[in-house]
Design a protein around this ligand. Structure first.
Ligand code: ADP
Length: 182
C-alpha cells in the first residue's frame, strides 16, 4: 500500500527492518536501551556494538528512557544511517494511556528525525510483539500520528515506511492507511 500526503510518500512493506537503507530506522526499544528481544535484538545484532556503546552514553546522561520518548544513535553496520530508539507502551487493556503513549512514540521519533534533517524513516510495528498491543489498534494510532506530524511539517519528509515483519501485520497497517482521507 502506498499513498501520498503532500510531498511525502507513505508506504507499508513486509521486510526485515535491519536490511533497509533509510535515513533512519526506528527501534522498539525498552527503557534500559540495553537491547532485548524482537526487533531490538535484531537491530543490535545487525548494527554491531557501536549502537550499544552510544546507548550507554545516552543512559549515563539522561537515565532510563521514558515510555513514548525517542533518542537517536548511528546505525553501525546496517545500511541505514541512524537508529531512532523509542519505548512503546506495554498493553494493559487500553485504558492506561496506551494509545496516547504509542502516539508519542511516533511523534517524538519524527521530531528526532526532523531535528537531524532525516527525511526517509522506517517504523516497525511498535509495541505489538512482546508488549502485547493489538496490531489493528496499534496500526490506527501509528498511521494517524504519522499523518498528523507530516501534515504539521509539510516538506520535511520524503518517505515514511510502516515495516511489518510478516504479511499479516503489514496488511493491518495497509488497511489503516487505506481508510485515511489524504
Ligand atoms: P515490542 O516489545 O515493542 O512489542 P517487539 O520487537 O517484540 O517489540 O515486536 C514489535 C514488532 O516488530 C513485531 O511485529 C515483530 O514481529 C516485529 N519484528 C521483529 N523483528 C523484526 C525485524 N527484524 N524487522 C522488522 N520487524 C521486526
Amino acid at each position: 500500500m502506498e499513498k501520498k500526503s503532500g510531498s511525502t510518500v507513505l508506504k507499508t512493506i513486509v521486510a526485515d527492518i535491519t536490511t533497509l537503507a533509510m535515513d533512519a530506522i526506528v527501534n522498539a526499544a525498552n527503557s534500559s536501551l540495553m537491547g532485548g528481544g524482537g526487533v531490538d535484538g535484531a537491530i543490535h545484532r545487525a548494527g554491531g556494538p557501536e549502537i550499544l556503546q552510544e546507548c550507554k552514553e545516552i543512559v549515563d546522561k539522561i537515565g532510563r528512557l521514558p515510555t513514548g520518548e525517542a533518542v537517536i544513535t548511528t546505525a553501525g553496520r546496517m545500511p541505514s544511517k541512524h537508529v531512532i530508539h523509542t519505548v512503546g507502551p506495554v498493553w494493559h487493556g487500553g485504558r492506561k494511556g496506551e494509545p496516547e503513549l504509542l502516539g508519542h512514540c511516533y511523534r517524538n521519533s519524527l521530531q528526532a528525525a526532523r531535528k537531524n534533517g532525516l527525511r526517509r524513516i522506517a517504523f516497525p510495528s511498535i509495541s505489538t510483539g512482546v508488549y502485547g498491543y493489538p496490531v489493528e489498534e496499534a496500526a490506527d494510532v501509528a498511521v494517524r500520528s504519522v499523518i498528523e506530524t507530516i501534515q504539521a511539517h509539510p516538506g520535511d519528509f520524503d518517505e515514511i515506511l510502516f515495516c511489518g515483519f510478516d504479511a499479516g501485520t503489514e496488511r493491518k497497517y495497509a488497511r489503516a492507511l487505506d481508510v485515511e482521507d489524504l
